[in-house]
Design a protein around this ligand. Structure first.
Ligand code: SF4
Length: 372
């Protein structure tokens, strides 16, 4: 934990920047669910001046994985020859039509929990009569490890392993949220994602959307530094509207301006950019990664084309008010406490929607830290 002195100094800077903005209401969105949990766990939002409001963004990989993808995964798991492997955080996420992975396992499907995509390669080698399928989901942070597993599977000549991919790219989602009515004034970008991508995609995004972006870490001190930087960028933007909105790297200990070239090369060699469905945000152009055709035999989507087809997610406006508000929450348009189900019939033990299931989900964070 940082000492109180720097926290007090950063809070003073935040107050000064807010005063320089006329103490008007300002909306900042932290993109990453890990940041949301840290904010609520340490009560950072309660330390901010009145008028500096934090919105909680779509940066929880499990929350944005479409229900239709999980339907497809469960359809695969029902095949007698298939062993389906997934990280633990995906198991209780409700699909659109088929329940969850726990239910699929209870009905007899061979579903196994793994902690690394490389573990899946060992499993495939040990059980050559099984068709081993890994659910490869996540943001730019998981893409390098999944790409490495795909490359190694081919190098090792494994013919019985494949990957059902739902990899998403954050900049198109931020672009969509920035363009929505009532959207944030500025963003706190996820430091671990930028460790892979570097600064440039976010510099372009800030200039294009007119919304300043501060790349932010995950400790209380780092998050407050990001908030101070976002307010400073916002003030500079308003003082000089002729200058494009700026980017500030408030997490330089981890984020190199050029990102991680080796990880980026692995991603580019293995995946191509594709349109992607997001739970809550719908179909976003060029917001996903698909396995390149050179690795087609390792692509579970191509290997088992008869599994349930993908289909678009409902757009936020189409969601009935009485249902799960996950879509509005992922857009920063509602708080978990706005949902009539929150803490009543929707809890981490019996979640109705993905933001309550995942450890990184906003509903889970509010339930853990703000229920009372
Ligand atoms: S509390 Fe439950 S039902 Fe409400 S938005 Fe969150 S996940 Fe959905």
């Amino acid at each position: 934990m940082p000492s109180p002195a720097p926290i007090a100094a950063i809070l003073a800077e935040i107050r000064a920047e807010h005063v320089a903005l006329g103490s008007r209401p300002v909306r900042l969105m932290e993109i990453c669910g890990g940041q949301t949990h840290a904010i609520l766990r340490y009560g950072l939002d309660t330390l901010l001046p009145t008028g500096v409001n934090l919105l909680h963004g779509p940066g929880c990989p499990v929350c944005v994985t479409p229900g239709s993808y999980l339907d497809r995964a469960i359809a695969l798991a029902r095949r007698p020859e298939v062993t389906l492997c997934a990280f633990g955080d995906l198991w209780r996420v409700p699909s659109d039509r088929s329940g969850d992975l726990f239910a699929a396992k209870a009905r007899g499907a061979d579903v196994r929990m793994v902690t690394s995509p490389l573990q899946v390669l060992d499993l495939a080698a040990a059980e050559p009569t099984r068709e081993v399928v890994f659910l490869a989901i996540g943001f730019e942070t998981t893409a390098p490890a999944n790409a490495l597993a795909i490359q190694l599977a081919r190098r090792r000549g494994l013919g019985n392993v494949s990957f059902l991919v739902s990899q998403v790219l954050l900049p198109p989602a931020i672009r969509r949220i920035a363009g929505a009515a009532g959207g944030p004034d500025a963003f706190l970008a996820a430091g671990h994602v930028c460790t892979v991508t570097g600064e440039e995609p976010y510099r372009q995004l800030a200039a294009e959307t007119g919304r300043p972006i501060a790349i932010t870490g995950f400790s209380p001190e780092e998050i407050l530094l990001g908030i101070a930087a976002a307010l400073r960028l916002l003030r500079q933007r308003e003082a000089h509207p002729e200058v494009p909105a700026g980017l500030f790297n408030a997490y330089p200990a981890s984020v190199h301006p050029a990102g991680n070239p080796e990880a980026l090369r692995l991603i580019d060699d293995t995946f191509s950019v594709c349109d992607q469905n997001w739970r809550g945000l719908g179909l976003l152009p060029a917001s996903g990664l698909a396995i390149r055709v050179e690795f087609a035999s390792l692509d579970a989507g191509r290997r088992f084309p008869e599994a349930a087809p993908d289909y678009p997610e409902p757009i936020p406006a189409a969601a009935p008010v009485s249902s799960c508000l996950a879509d509005q929450i992922l857009m920063g348009l509602a708080l978990p406490t706005d949902c009539p189900h929150f803490g009543r019939d929707c809890t981490p033990l019996s979640p109705l929607g993905a933001p309550m299931v995942s450890a990184e989900g906003a509903c889970s964070a509010f339930h853990l830290h703000r229920r009372r």
